[in-house]
Design a protein around this ligand. Structure first.
Ligand SMILES: *Cc1c(COP(=O)(O)O)cnc(C)c1O
Length: 474
């Protein structure tokens, strides 16, 4: 079709969109977003929307937040970019100190993250972590000559080749198999579809009514034990703490993270947490790391998406002193970390991140997030009335609503039926923008979302469900 706006026509002519079947894209008039304020976005035709997935999980405090915008403008008045290869800059140095201070949680395992390596995106933050883990374990001899990584099925860690190697989403990753290095996977604790969960489908979050004996943790234990028995230990265990994002918002039952982290420790593997989505309060709690909620301190942690409050592409990989020290040596020993990017430690991004971080950490903001979480809980409750809603799972300010053909059997829609895509299209017609993951509708509101706006998001989802599947009641 011919796009209706001039920008839409340019887009159709030249822009290739990520994770998008471009044939479908070219059949539709693109929504051209031109302005944002708080939770609201406006398109070129003046239509108003609510941003119900925080612009692909990046935004924290709403669009055009005055404090973040002012910080960027102030820095722009000094300098936009200087290189971190050979020079220090103020915003990045201050940000590093603030991140390290904020990451110092109630960790009970005595580890401390003290160093920050900056990059540009979640993928590059993970790439940094996996290279550091590789070099660290090679140098300390822990890898026995071959670095091995263990990660979680359904895990998503980004789209660079290393990050894809750590990921285990069949649909995204199989196309690149020939490009990747092999990694092992353990079962994800996906209670709703867990073969060990003996509970019958019920109208509540599947984590709560689950009947099992932590078989998923036993499998992790066995995997580590097997590697030890073969004398091919894992160098690192990589995990999205508390909930897996792109896997379909798969939340971990409480206690899973602490248990598997202890196993990784016991077997001498570094713990890499991917907090690209969960960080900065998104997964709940007052800390900037979701892992803090279970008293877990990683050896390496990747932060991105919300780092700048959703304004600028910037990422950070935090590391412990122990890892940093393994890279120290005389120049000619070439222990240098040979890795980096042109925009590493970009001052504009760092200025935005500092402003966002101070908003995240205020006591008032913590209360506000708690309150939004309570509203979300109450609003999500209404969705159980629809028979095609199989599971509703919320962690902090992230909710995944899994659609099924029949909640009583958990029978899934075939991906080709595009149930999630259809429902989200219906929500967009109702002025609420979000993006599904297969059959899972994601609701991830910015922290500034009002109670009324949240109600409109849930109304749009219910309205769209009824339009697509009928108004049937449970
Ligand atoms: C989005 C995401 C990534 C990749 O981040 P990009 O900025 O898209 O490269 C990595 N890990 C997790 C958990 C993510 O949600």
């Amino acid at each position: 079709m011919k796009a209706k706006t001039p920008i839409g026509r340019l887009d159709h002519a030249h822009v290739w969109h990520p994770f998008t079947q471009m044939r479908d894209w070219l059949r539709r008039d693109p929504v051209v977003l031109v302005r944002g304020k708080g939770t609201r976005l406006w398109d070129a035709g003046g239509n108003e929307y609510l941003d119900a997935n925080s612009s692909i999980w990046t935004n924290l405090h709403g669009h055009s937040h005055p404090a973040i915008d002012a910080a960027i403008r102030r820095q722009l008045g000094k300098v936009a970019h200087v290189s971190a290869l050979g020079f220090a800059n103020e915003p990045a140095s201050r940000l590093a100190a603030e991140l390290v201070a904020a990451a110092r949680g109630p960790g009970r395992d005595g580890r401390k993250l003290t160093k920050v390596f900056f990059s540009d995106d979640g993928s590059t933050a993970i790439e940094t972590a996996l290279k550091l883990a590789h070099e660290y374990s090679r140098r300390t001899g822990a890898s026995r000559g071959k670095t091995r990584y263990l990660s979680v099925r359904g895990g998503y860690h980004g789209d660079t080749v290393g990050a894809v190697s750590l990921g285990h989403i069949e649909l995204f990753h199989k196309a690149y198999r020939g490009l990747l290095f092999p990694t092992d996977a353990v079962m994800a604790p996906y209670c709703y579809r867990c073969p060990f969960n003996r509970a019958r489908p019920d109208r509540q979050d599947a984590r709560l009514g689950r009947k099992c004996g932590w078989e998923c943790v036993d499998l992790v234990r066995r995997q580590f034990a097997k590697a030890r028995a073969e004398d091919r230990p894992y160098s690192a265990f990589v995990v999205e703490p508390r909930l897996q994002g792109a896997a379909g918002m798969i939340p971990q039952p409480e206690g899973w993270l602490a248990r598997v982290a202890a196993l990784a420790r016991a077997h001498g593997a570094l713990l890499i947490t991917d907090e690209v989505m969960t960080g900065f309060g998104r997964a709940g709690g007052p800390g900037i790391l979701a892992s803090q909620a279970e008293g877990v301190t990683p050896d390496l942690v990747a932060l991105a998406k919300g780092l700048t409050g959703g304004t600028m592409p910037m990422a950070a990989t935090l590391a412990t002193r122990r890892i940093f020290d393994a890279f120290l040596g005389e120049y000619a020993e070439f222990k240098t970390f040979f890795h980096g990017h042109s925009y590493t430690a970009n001052p504009l991004g760092a200025a935005a991140a500092r402003a966002s971080l101070s908003l995240v950490r205020s006591t008032k903001a913590t209360h506000k997030r708690q309150r939004l979480g309570d509203w979300m809980e109450a609003g999500l409750e209404r969705l159980w009335s629809h028979p095609n809603v199989g599971d509703i799972r919320r962690v902090g300010l992230v909710a995944g609503i899994e659609l099924t053909k029949d909640w009583k059997t958990r029978r899934p829609f075939a991906l080709g039926e595009q149930a999630g895509i259809r429902v989200c299209a219906g929500m967009a017609r109702r002025g609420v923008l979000t993006r599904p993951i297969g059959n899972v509708v994601v609701l991830m509101p910015p922290y500034c979302t009002t109670r009324g706006q949240w109600t409109r998001m849930v109304d749009a989802l219910l309205g769209s469900l009824r339009e697509e599947f009928g108004a049937g009641r449970v």
